[in-house]
Design a protein around this ligand. Structure first.
Ligand SMILES: [Zn+2]
Length: 96
């Protein structure tokens, strides 16, 4: 059994490759959290009601909104969690 079992960090980027936060599960039995970045705000439970069906956030470098379906992000995180050889993955969210 791998130590990575049950954890995953999905790094979110805007189309210009700026970081816009992370959706993560760092401990196997912990809830999924959204981490907007230490300088932006605190981590919170994800997805909240307002994150569905479309999760959106703002790229503070481009000053534009980016977003993706919460269901797609959730399935990407689940795949990553199930894959014991991989812990980190980066995904680009299109501009809205
Ligand atoms: Zn950007």
């Amino acid at each position: 059994m791998s130590n990575n079992e049950g954890i995953g960090v999905l790094k979110l980027e805007c189309p210009q490759r700026h970081p816009v936060g992370r959706i993560l599960k760092e401990v196997p039995h912990q809830n999924v959290q959204y981490d907007p970045g230490a300088s932006v705000g605190p981590r919170r439970f994800w997805p909240e009601e307002g994150d569905q069906p479309q999760f959106s956030t703002r790229c503070r470098f481009c000053d534009k909104s980016v977003g993706e379906s919460a269901a797609n992000l959730r399935s990407e995180l689940s795949e990553l969690i199930a894959d014991s050889s991989e812990t980190y993955r980066t995904t680009a969210l299109p501009f809205l």
